[in-house]
Write a protein of this length. Structure first.
Length: 381
């Protein structure tokens, strides 16, 4: 082994490669040993794609912000921070690209975000302290946004969701309400004015269950030649609906969702499975299906391209699993955590029916010795 003095004279590239494997805590320990390592540890190459989490900590001095600037940190997650620190954050790091705010928003905090003109991803987890109109008005200031997530908004009928249509670069949109009803017209307007939108997630609370289809149906009395819409066919790839409840989708709405590859439905209480089976047939490009908190799941049709299937906290029968194993020959991921209603014995057929399966989640199930053949070929969690 080389003596300590010679080890310190290793090429910088070698040290950088070594530090790549260090955790943030380990990097901090090495950084405190000497100036040379401090300079190496702060090199931007060691912090690519890193997110700095800021919690309820003491006031941060200028050295801290200088360190983040040296590391070229572009992603920040704020758990809790005082007003003065907010101002320091946005003025010290105006080049932030990704920002997540866990704490309750105030109008003052939104104002402090104005210097972040390059912002691409904005995730606001608690918007309950502000009117939705104020939140949307501020969000559309950042016309380079590709990802927008707003949680605990109110969905008042008068909310100007249509303003989101100004964000022409949006790839991902997530809107989750705490109270009130979904403004279907606003969602509809936004979807048909966002040509780059591929992933959508929102809470479904409706005055009329049938009105959900309006969100995905081409508006009437519009002329795309006059610039009323940017496109007439949605290109969504991922769709998540929370509190799906008893809502259904019309055939026209399903036609607009033809390009979907992933669909996630939560809290479906309708015992009739006819709509779900029709929906799966109308979406032939599905490779991932996620169900959560279903009162019952009885499927007679499984998309043949399916690679990932999740049924969480759901009653699922043996027939549905048999159909899944028979039709989804490319299945690689199966999650039945906290689900019930099926016989664990039917899972012994997995290695033969689904030879590509590599991950199986079965939390809170009694795995008997009959599953040993399956265990030998799967990673079980």
């Amino acid at each position: 082994m080389l003596p300590v003095v010679q080890r310190l004279h290793l090429p910088q590239e070698v040290w950088m490669e070594i530090f790549m494997y260090f955790s943030p805590v380990e990097k901090a320990s090495v950084r405190a040993t000497c100036r040379y390592f401090k300079t190496l540890i702060d090199h931007p190459n060691l912090w690519k794609k890193s997110t700095i989490v800021l919690g309820n900590i003491a006031p941060l001095n200028e050295d801290f912000w200088e360190m983040l600037r040296n590391r070229k940190i572009y992603s920040i997650d704020v758990k809790k921070m005082k007003i003065k620190q907010w101002k320091k954050l946005t003025t010290s790091l105006p080049g932030i690209l990704n920002l997540t705010v866990d704490s309750c928003l105030t109008q003052e905090i939104l104002t402090f975000l104005h210097p972040l003109t390059n912002l691409q991803k904005l995730h606001l987890k608690d918007c309950s302290g502000l009117l939705d109109s104020h939140i949307f008005k501020e969000a559309v200031r950042y016309n380079q946004l590709t990802h927008l997530s707003l949680c605990n908004i109110k969905y008042f009928d008068g909310v100007p969701l249509t303003t989101v249509a100004c964000l022409k670069n949006l790839f991902f949109l997530s809107l989750h309400a705490k109270y009130g009803f979904l403004n279907t017209v606003g969602i509809q307007c936004a979807l048909f004015h966002l040509p780059k939108l591929r992933e959508l997630s929102f809470t479904v609370r409706l005055k009329n269950t049938w009105s959900l289809s309006e969100c995905f149906t081409l508006p009437e009395a519009v002329d795309i030649r006059e610039g009323d819409l940017s496109h007439t066919q949605l290109q969504l790839q991922k769709l998540e609906l929370i509190y799906f409840d008893h809502s259904d989708l019309t055939e026209n709405a399903l036609d607009q969702l033809f390009s979907l590859q992933t669909i996630s439905l939560h809290n479906y209480k309708n015992k009739g499975m006819a709509f779900l089976n029709i929906m799966l047939k109308k979406l032939p490009n599905l490779t991932e299906v996620n169900f959560a908190d279903f009162s019952s799941l009885d499927l007679c049709y499984i998309p043949p391209r399916l690679e990932k299937f999740c049924a969480i906290r759901t009653r699922i029968n043996n027939e549905t699993l048999h159909q899944l194993f028979l039709c989804a020959r490319n299945l690689k991921y199966l999650d039945l955590s906290f689900s019930h209603g099926f016989d664990v014995f039917c899972l012994t057929k997995l290695p033969v029916r689904c030879p590509l399966l590599t991950k199986l989640y079965l939390r809170e199930r009694d795995l008997s010795v009959r599953l040993y053949p399956a265990r030998a070929q799967l990673h079980l969690w």
